[in-house]
Ligand binder design. Structure first.
Ligand code: PLP
Length: 502
């Protein structure tokens, strides 16, 4: 889409000669730096930067930011994403100069504080998950999965067990699970869930064999249901000589309740940017530490932190390591925020996270199940899934309800996922919401249900209150315009350059 000159008057704030800075003239500034540059380094083309004053720039960005939905401005019930409040104390800690002003190449004697944070965070994650060793390097959940599956591969290779080319995932799994396995060249075997939304044991038994490298599972699963057969699942998988990978993105339901290590998982990744309250969305930065049982430690990426005589140091990676998977030590600032969160809450506070997250989810579920039917009607963990299949008669889909919620000041839930539920609306309130907010959300959902019956076009055409309504999401993701472009000036310039010389 090209912007016409008329649109330019609305969107384009640049005016020739307008400046954002007003530094006094000094001897240094008077002598143009470019004049001193060798001619071959000088810019040959006009720079198409916007010419705007400082107040205009400030208003532009502040007003843009106010159009955003964020956890600091809106309720954000985005299922499987755990959009909980990011305590500002975490930000305070991350901004402390002793952390924010260090350089990753500084010698370890001068960065003992950061090393202590890495070391203690690892101890805390081990205690909470029942795993023996962690790498803090991965920068996201999907990156953790990649690391974990590389560990699976290294393990089987080390035993010269080369026929294990298959990875099993349930059909309710997060898309990153099969994508990760496929990226590493594994054949992805998807098994159907049973009528109750859980792993179908007969399907699992049928597909497990001596070619299975791993079963990837999240528990509770993406329907918010705990896999009650988990001990039998781990027994069967191990009996087949395969490993169990735990997608720990849903750990918010399990803290202090049960540990993946005790369930029998060999490898886990955690999403610190979900369960441990560090900011996420918009692509990062995140942190997806990976924990393993002791027998897999020799394959972990380095560097790892060791404590000896009260001092901390990096130890080089094990000889059989899969190698580095991230520069330096991972997203240190995010690791620090997560550690701050853990220290702030303490043991009792950490346990209360899951109690309250489960309570809030069940409270909402019980209220909303009379508004839209549940995918599975039984007690849930941290999230639950509604189905909008009945609204189809009115031409309404889950995505339309998500859009209409924006008009009422709520971020949309996750829509059309998990794929096993028709027109799914996946809701995760998290523990950080008040009862009043949850009640208001229920009232709005009731209102939208009425609209579907009486004025469906109001839902179908939503949102009505936002400057952008229904962008082409694929195009927006594939061809994002991330830098300033003055389309009009570019065109004028192109015309000038192509014009015949008179
Ligand atoms: C969020 C999520 C992931 C991926 O985590 P990213 O940090 O977004 O890469 C994987 N699995 C599940 C179940 C998730 O909810």
């Amino acid at each position: 889409m090209l912007i016409s000159p008329d649109d330019r008057l609305i969107f384009e704030k640049s005016r020739p000669g307008r400046k954002g800075s007003g530094l006094p003239e000094t001897h240094c500034l008077k002598e143009s730096a470019s004049a001193r540059l060798d001619a071959k380094f000088r810019r040959k083309q006009e720079l198409l930067f916007p010419e705007v004053s400082e107040p205009e720039v400030i208003r532009h960005y502040v007003n843009l930011s106010r159009k955003n939905f964020s956890i600091d401005t809106h309720f954000y019930p985005l299922g499987s994403c755990t959009m909980k409040y990011n305590p500002k104390l975490n930000e305070w800690a991350a901004a402390l100069e002793g952390f924010s002003a260090v350089h990753p190449l500084q010698p370890a004697e001068t960065t003992q504080g950061f090393l202590e944070v890495f070391y203690n965070l690892e101890q805390a994650l081990k205690a909470m998950t029942g795993m023996d060793c962690f790498t803090l390097q991965p920068a996201a959940g999907a990156h953790g999965e990649l690391t974990g599956m590389m560990l699976v591969h290294a393990y089987h290779e080390s035993r010269s067990d080369k026929k294990r080319r298959k990875v099993i995932v349930p059909d309710s799994s997060h898309g990153t699970n099969p994508a990760t396995a496929a990226l590493l060249g594994y054949e992805v075997v998807t098994i159907r869930s049973n009528a109750g939304g859980r792993v179908d044991m007969a399907e699992l038994r049928k597909n497990l064999d001596n070619q299975t490298a791993c079963l990837m599972l999240t528990n509770p699963n993406t329907l918010g249901l705990f896999e009650v057969d988990i001990q039998e699942i781990t027994r069967l998988v191990h009996e087949a000589g395969a490993l169990l990978y735990y997608d720990g993105a849903n750990l918010n339901a399990l803290l202090g309740v049960v540990r993946p290590g005790d369930m029998g998982f060999d490898i886990v990744h955690l999403n610190l940017h979900k369960t441990f309250s560090t900011p996420h969305g918009g692509g990062g930065p995140g942190a997806g530490p990976v924990g393993v049982k002791a027998y897999l430690a020799p394959f972990l990426p380095g560097p790892l932190v060791e404590k000896k005589d009260g001092r901390y140091r990096f130890v080089t990676e094990p000889k059989t390591s899969i190698g580095r998977i991230k520069s330096f030590f991972g997203n240190s600032g995010i690791l620090l925020r997560a550690y701050t969160y853990i220290l702030t809450l303490g043991r009792a506070g950490i346990i209360k996270i899951s109690d309250d997250a489960i309570l809030n989810a069940n409270y909402l579920k019980e209220k909303l199940k009379h508004v839209f039917p549940l995918a599975v009607d039984e007690p849930c963990m941290h999230e639950f899934v509604l189905t909008l299949k009945k609204a189809k008669e009115k031409g309404i889909h889950a995505g339309d309800v998500g859009k209409r919620l924006l008009d009422y000041g709520f971020h949309a839930p996750t829509v059309h996922f998990p794929l096993v539920v028709e027109d799914a609306l996946m809701i995760e309130p998290t523990e950080s919401e008040s009862r009043e907010t949850l009640d208001r959300f229920v009232e709005v959902m009731k209102q939208i249900a009425r609209e579907i019956e009486e004025t469906p076009e109001l839902v179908r055409g939503a949102p009505w209150t936002l400057p952008i309504g229904r962008p082409d999401e694929v195009r927006a993701a594939r061809n994002p315009v991330l830098t300033y472009r003055d389309v009009v000036r570019e065109k004028e310039k192109a015309c000038r350059e192509s014009a015949p010389i008179a």
